[in-house]
Write a protein that binds this ligand. Structure first.
Ligand code: SUD
Ligand code: ADP
Length: 321
């Protein structure tokens, strides 16, 4: 892969990067591997709802200083565990640099919502620091660093629509025609990704199918779903949406069923839990349909809020420097 990240030669004083959230239009989950991960057939879809990460040069010796604004800012850790801080540290370490940088996250992606907001900020920080420090790191190297940070981070660099194999980090871009209109209904309180994978394993054990990677076949992408994306056909895509973590998310958060039902009753073509949840995603016929579903969901009282958006959109990219 040789796509540039938008970085130009020479360091900059301030760099702002925009990065998308994702919905998984298919999330096929294989068995539990011995390393604690699950093999996936993960069809990522980047949407216009996103965060911005601004990187500014810090004084020598100041280290990584993190700030965050937005409705969920209080839920975002501002220490070294933040994925944006981890990304800056990783990139600096690889280049033998001191990570003296102020990172400001303008957060619009729901926290712990199954939309990969932390991963998005990690990807954005990689691109922002790369430009700030004038490194010009090739995309292939950024993708490898991203995979060290987390399974969802490489996709936030790539954007568009892509199939993630392995634990989700091995990406193949997918062909898509036109745009698809989505509604995202956020919930009060997040769900922990490891807890949802554990619940998926528990439900499989309870059903008697076994949960290890020797019991569960490695999932494959749905041919119908790939054709619907390539054809730009929202009705066909709605019929092919699938999430193997949905039963686990619903088991941990039964109230999500009412939200899914409310969006479907309001005319959504399809409804599913986004990734590990608890955000619910609804596919609409067009922009007007998405606005109507969002309004009905808000009126239903089954979610914290609901927002219409569109995709696919590109991955993390410099918007200002
Ligand atoms: C479920 C998905 C679907 O895209 O996204 P979210 O809903 O969290 O946004 C991802 O697989 C989340 O990826 P990400 O959030 O990057 O997870 P990681 O940091 O790599 O892993 C956190 C933990 O999740 C579990 N995990 C993650 C990925 C995977 N393929 N199998 C797993 O079992 C493991 O318990 C792991 O320790
Ligand atoms: N930049 C960040 N933004 C949000 N959460 C972060 C960030 N960095 C680390 N985290 C941690 O990651 C957890 C998962 O958050 P997030 O990535 O938003 O959700 P999900 O994994 O469901 O997509 C949060 O609860 C938080 O503790």
């Amino acid at each position: 892969m040789s796509r540039s990240t938008g970085a130009v030669a020479g360091p900059a004083a301030t760099v702002t990067v925009r990065v998308p959230a994702k919905v998984n239009v298919q999330l096929g989950v294989g068995g539990l591997r011995t390393d604690g991960f699950h093999d996936l057939a993960n069809v990522f879809f980047a949407v216009a709802l996103g965060d911005e990460v601004r990187a500014e040069a810090g004084a020598p010796g100041s280290g990584i200083v993190l700030t965050c604004e937005g409705p969920d800012a209080a839920l975002v850790p501002l220490d070294a565990t933040n994925l944006a801080a981890r990304a800056a540290q990783l990139l600096a370490d690889r280049h033998g640099l001191a990570p003296d940088v102020r990172l400001h996250i303008a957060k619009d992606i729901p926290v712990a919502g199954g939309m990969a907001g932390g991963s998005a900020d990690g990807a954005a920080a990689l691109v922002a620091c790369d430009a700030l420090w004038g490194l010009g790191t090739p995309m292939a190297d950024l993708l490898a660093l991203a995979a060290e940070l987390g399974s969802d981070v490489p996709f936030a660099l790539l954007g568009g629509v892509a199939l993630g194999r392995g634990r989700g980090e091995l990406l193949t871009p997918l062909e898509v025609s036109g745009s698809f209109h989505w509604v995202f209904a956020t919930a009060d309180g997040g769900l922990s990704t490891p807890a949802v994978f554990r619940e998926c394993d528990r439900l499989r054990e309870e059903a008697g199918t076994g949960s290890s990677d020797t019991d569960v076949p490695t999932p494959d992408p749905s041919a119908v779903l790939l054709a619907a994306l390539a054809d730009g056909d929202p009705v066909a895509l709605a019929g092919a949406l699938g999430n193997d973590l949905q039963a686990a998310a619903l088991s941990l958060r039964p109230a999500l069923a009412a939200c899914l039902a409310a969006g479907t009753e309001a005319g959504a073509l399809g409804a599913l839990v986004s990734g590990s949840g608890p955000t619910c995603a609804f596919l609409a016929k067009d922009e007007q349909g998405a606005q109507a579903v969002a309004a009905a969901l808000i009126a239903s009282g089954t979610c914290r809020t609901a927002r219409a958006t569109v995709g696919p959109v590109p991955g993390a990219a410099v918007v200002d420097r």
